[in-house]
Design a protein around this ligand. Structure first.
Ligand code: GLY
Ligand code: MN
Ligand code: MN
Length: 499
């Protein structure tokens, strides 16, 4: 009986195999080790075509390369995170890595090395993706490693990945040595791969640590800004995400009782099924907020009941298999009809959303839609007598409406639900809208249950309407228009689906 050495996997160092405490198997006979090496078919695939985003990722990398001549650029996918003991959370690669490679592998690292250093063209960079290779069957890695392919499933070979991604691919077990050997300035996208960061930290002069951190932060900001304008591939993905999300909302309406209570968790779970069947996941934790829960912006506990007579605020988005997410909210009368007060508040939010969407056009400033929508909300709230004698202009100037509108009216959307969040303020919230940008317009009014400044009947009502808007050459397109928004249309849609 031998105690085999545990082979390395990913970028982790080799160590000795540790059998699971209380696991039922111990050790491996030489006969079994020998037996497991043989009898496996060659499954290498030579018929793989490049993934559809490959042409786009090449252009995106070229843009990045042009901004950092002579510097080595390191963009890790990240490593899995432990959920409990020996089980991990589902892996989700870093968005910038996905954007630049189209790959979604855990532990992957994209390196752009200055071309002069790698002996390639005198300018630009030579891009390589470092990835986990197939598991070696000869040394037992295939089955003795807890993350060998026998347990986790077949991986693409490096050659297969080269075909798919249109990029040179190398074994990720070599990446740390490559980075140790690299000369010249290096920037890394921090926060995803501690092993890579440690190697780079060890290389640097301790006295420049602060400048290095600043340079890396600038790199993060630049990467985030690269994604502001979406290309056709991305727009098609977002369109699909919105369409699948609309189907998920329909699924929810079908399980929503008109005269019986429904658990918020059932609503969340129903939407999740759609997200997993048509996409990769939900793009963020579903907010299934019934009754007063709708006034809590980030209600993801979803442990309440949706009761007839209340409103259900459902904020949910399908994330596609290429990791683009929709972000849509509808506020629905659970019994099928808004009562008079619910409708009054809903119509105010609808009017604000209309004003916000109308302000989304190329050449306008990003902020315009926010001001347009908030202005309408302030006017409605003022007209309901919530600010005493103050005029709407004054309320708006003082920002008093924000007690009830709470948040900004929207954000960029893409691979991240709050996309491009680190980009430069001047090109984002203080910048102009450009064709190809996609943003949410999501005004809302939220009367907290314990707010003594509003009439008792308002308390516990929350309404948000959220759509995903593409800036076009001459205006905008609502990508989530498949879901009705006007109060009458919402009621008719509910009635239709329940007929
Ligand atoms: N669901 C997150 C948001 O609307 O921003
Ligand atoms: Mn949103
Ligand atoms: Mn949302």
């Amino acid at each position: 009986m031998t105690e085999p050495t545990r082979p390395t996997s990913g970028a982790k160092p080799a160590d000795t195999i540790k059998y699971r405490k209380n696991g039922l198997t111990r050790g491996v006979t030489d006969e079994l080790a020998e037996n497991m090496k043989q009898g496996w078919a060659d499954t290498e695939r030579a018929d793989l075509a490049p993934i559809p985003q490959a042409a786009h990722t090449a252009r995106r990398r070229a843009e990045l390369s042009a901004a950092y001549p002579g510097e080595t650029l390191v963009i890790p996918a990240g490593n899995p995170k432990v959920r409990a003991n020996d089980t991990d959370y589902p892996f989700r690669p870093s968005s910038d890595y996905v954007y630049l490679t189209g790959d979604q592998s855990q532990d992957g690292v994209l390196v752009l090395a200055p071309a002069a250093e790698t002996g390639h063209d005198a300018t630009g960079h030579h891009a390589t993706v470092y990835l986990r290779n197939r598991s070696d069957r000869g040394n037992g890695e295939f089955w003795l490693d807890n993350h060998g392919e026998l347990w986790d499933g077949r991986r693409n070979s490096l050659t297969e990945n080269e075909r798919l991604l249109g990029l040179p691919c190398r074994d990720v077990r070599t990446v740390l040595d490559e980075l140790r050997a690299a000369t010249g300035p290096i920037r890394v996208l921090r926060g995803h791969d501690a092993g890579v960061e440690e190697v780079l930290r060890d290389k640097t002069d301790k006295t420049t640590a602060e400048q290095d951190a600043e340079r890396d932060e600038e790199f993060r900001v630049f990467l985030s800004g690269l994604r502001l304008v979406k290309d056709e591939f991305e727009i098609a993905e977002l369109r699909f995400a919105c369409d699948a999300t609309a189907r998920g909302f329909e699924d929810v309406v079908r399980v929503l009782g008109t005269d019986t209570e429904t658990a918020e968790r059932l609503i969340e779970g129903t939407f999740f099924v759609r997200a997993r069947v048509e996409g990769n996941d939900v793009g963020y934790g579903t907010i299934a907020a019934a009754g007063p829960h709708a006034t809590t912006m980030h209600w993801v506990r979803n442990d309440g009941r949706a009761k007839p007579g209340e409103l259900l605020l459902l904020d949910a988005g399908v994330e596609t298999n290429r990791l683009y997410t929709a972000d849509v909210t509808r506020t629905l009368p659970i019994n099928g009809r808004f009562d008079a007060l619910q409708r009054k508040i809903y119509d105010a939010v609808y009017a604000a959303q209309e004003a916000g969407i109308a302000a989304v056009r190329p050449g306008g400033m990003f902020r315009d839609f926010h001001h347009a929508a908030q202005r309408v909300l302030a006017e409605h709230l003022t007209s309901w007598g919530l600010f005493g004698d103050l005029a709407a202009d004054k309320v708006y100037e003082l920002g008093l409406h924000r007690r009830f509108t709470l948040a900004g009216t929207g954000h960029m959307l893409g691979i991240d639900v709050h996309d491009c969040a680190h980009s430069r303020t001047e090109e984002h919230v203080d910048g102009p809208l450009k064709p190809g940008m996609v943003l949410t317009v999501e005004p809302g009014i939220y009367f907290q249950e314990d707010d003594l400044t509003v009439p008792a009947e308002y308390r516990g009502i929350g309404v948000r309407i959220e759509d995903d808007i593409l800036v076009t050459e001459d205006g905008n397109e609502n990508l989530s228009a498949a879901l009705p928004r006007r109060a009458d249309d919402v009621e008719a849609w509910l009635a239709d689906l329940r007929a």
